[in-house]
Design a protein. Structure first.
Lengths: 360, 360
DNA sequence: CTGAAAGCGCTTACAG
DNA sequence: CTGAAAGCGCTTACAG
């Protein structure tokens, strides 16, 4: 058997040194080592040094699993974050916010993407619970809370929802004021003189999309404007799907004079379409959620930015407060919106007959 | 004391049901429950049903910590990902790739952002190791491997580096061909007739930035072109810093006729600057890494896209292979680059004397 | 200041 | 097919 200088080989099972190994090495009882590791005091300096030295030499790292086993209720310092897709910058910014707060407390974050699949969500809940996370932050896949998650909430596991709000009202949620933001965007377009505005949104089965559509309708109604059914389009089409759809929609003679796009992928796709059609200086456009380069394109896109990192921080804060028993309210944190005027949303309404007659 | 119907209150410690609780409930020995939980068989259907029923009623979930304690070498089904910032879409896409592969194996991913701080990196390594992760995927903060991470590698913990490569060559890395990609970008500009090209890069202390600068120089040298020192600018300035810097740099009379921006924040900042100066149709521009809306702005930005999700998948694959003892090579996976011509990189060189004399 | 005993929730041998 | 014993790595009482 060849000598292996690069650590244990494949066949030798990798065994980490334990408290007992350190104790043997230092020539003390393993309880003494435990005291040093936990900084409990009551150990002579001499022994303490000897133990510290052995820990260093053997590369001992306490096993947090074993550590918290004695009292099952003890916290593991790990929380779980269940979301649809971490690759979406909006959600990864939320994750970053969660990580900010967790890091301050020495806690760690487990993540899992569901792609909107409720079965995957349940599976992740079970996996997280098996690892005894101290709490769960969830972007729910469906409007109803999945049974396994509901069971955990009932059991007393701290759970905070972000971005989306499940139908059960007894629940803690941190999210943007989707409805208010959409109203703001729509009113902005109305104020620029638009009467015929379309709303392109993510699938309305998603809470935020539904809320934003409601906000759009409210603002229109408040201004005494009708919303024909085909002026609200929703669906989960992705950037390229929305580009194609918007291109076709806005090429029609009866196109609207302004568009409110209610989600970032929709905004990007629609911006593509407007440029493709050469209508980017003709049709006004306000988007929900900010996008890279939104202020470089011509005209720069007027948006309702969200603060995803803040959402994550607030959610984590509430989760830890609940885990500590400090925050016992159920209830919501709703972050208000502002509008960032950049140009695309300030295009005024053209002669309303121009589009209707199909003239260029 | 008021009756609490919503689960345990704050004072009652939340105790999850254990194997023993289930056994008592079902009226069997706890070993029988263990058999049912693990699907070991050798349990009569009648008992099995009774146990399953109790598990359901009590909401029992096995404790994975206790489960793997018996054999310390057993896998925990958890891996760690240490990176600079999950809010950067490039890294969150890598995380998604890792999650894809982990999910297939029923494993979970712990993440932690370092913001480039080596101390935080060490701290995260320790936290992850305490939780006995089966392996670590790391975007290293510094060129050298931090001592705590090195100790783990020596111990035999599977570690795979992504995106950046530490100086120690004995290490497993999955990354883009930074140098080759930069050469490709630069050659593309040279082929469009440019002789005077600037390179704006992330701080050169970062491996990828250094490599991309090398690629730039190589392509220039291969074409017989000189690279004056002030034609290579590097630093960690963020989007707005780069916008300001590039605006000042490109406003000068002796500006280059083309720019290669070696990182996504640099690309965004420089695109801003070019538009601000009205030079977006004058100065050619190629960026490393793709950006939202890059093909909507005028002209669309020519880029060398990376495949971050693929990088994550490859890294996780190698990590699990190593953890399983299948992959025992040290070595690198280097993903090659292609160029995506969109317009900004195909602007040809203006009369070379025009810029030099400061004429408009 | 130091240590031997019991136990956390589970699995792995070993009996019946 | 079912169960009682020992032990994983550690902490929490309890002795000296």
């Amino acid at each position: 058997m060849p000598t292996d200088t690069h650590g244990p080989g494949v066949d030798e099972p990798i065994r980490r040194p334990t408290l007992r190994d350190v104790a043997d090495h230092a020539g003390v009882s393993f309880k003494t080592v435990s005291r040093v590791v936990n900084g409990e005091g009551g150990v002579s300096i001499e022994l303490s040094d000897r133990v510290a030295n052995s820990i260093e030499q053997l590369g001992y790292r306490p096993d947090s699993r074993a550590r918290h086993l004695r009292h099952a209720a003890a916290q593991t310092g790990t929380i779980g974050f269940i979301l649809s897709d971490v690759a979406n910058p909006f959600f990864s910014a939320i994750l970053r916010g969660i990580d900010d707060v967790a890091g301050e407390r020495g806690a760690l974050v487990l993540t899992g993407s569901t792609d909107g699949d409720p079965d995957r969500e349940s599976q992740l809940v079970d996996s997280f619970v098996s690892r005894r996370v101290d709490g769960l932050i969830v972007v729910p896949t469906a409007r109803g809370i999945s049974p396994s998650l509901l069971a955990e909430i009932r059991r007393g596991t701290p759970v905070v929802f972000v971005d989306l709000e499940p139908d059960d009202g007894e629940v803690v949620t941190v999210r943007t004021d989707h409805r208010g933001g959409a109203e703001l965007a729509t009113r902005h377009l109305i104020d620029a003189g638009h009467r015929d505005i379309a709303c392109f949104a993510d699938d309305r089965s998603i809470f935020s999309a539904a809320e934003r559509i409601v906000g759009f309708r409210r603002a229109m109604t408040a201004a005494g404007l009708a919303v024909p059914p085909d002026r609200v389009v929703d669906g989960d089409f992705g950037v390229s799907g929305w580009r194609d759809l918007a291109t076709e929609y806005l090429a029609r003679a009866d196109r609207p004079t302004a568009v409110f796009t209610a989600q970032n992928f929709v905004t990007i796709g629609t911006a593509h379409a407007l440029h493709q059609l050469g209508l980017h200086h003709t049709i006004a456009h306000v988007g929900f959620d900010d996008v890279d380069l939104a202020d470089v394109i011509d005209p720069p896109i007027t948006v309702i930015p969200q603060q995803p990192r803040l959402l994550g921080q607030l959610a984590a804060q509430r989760l830890f407060d609940r885990a500590d028993g400090v925050d016992t309210d159920s209830g919501r944190n709703i972050v208000p919106c502002e509008l960032l005027a950049r140009g695309s949303g300030e295009i005024t309404a053209a002669d309303p007959t121009a589009g209707k007659t199909g003239r260029r």
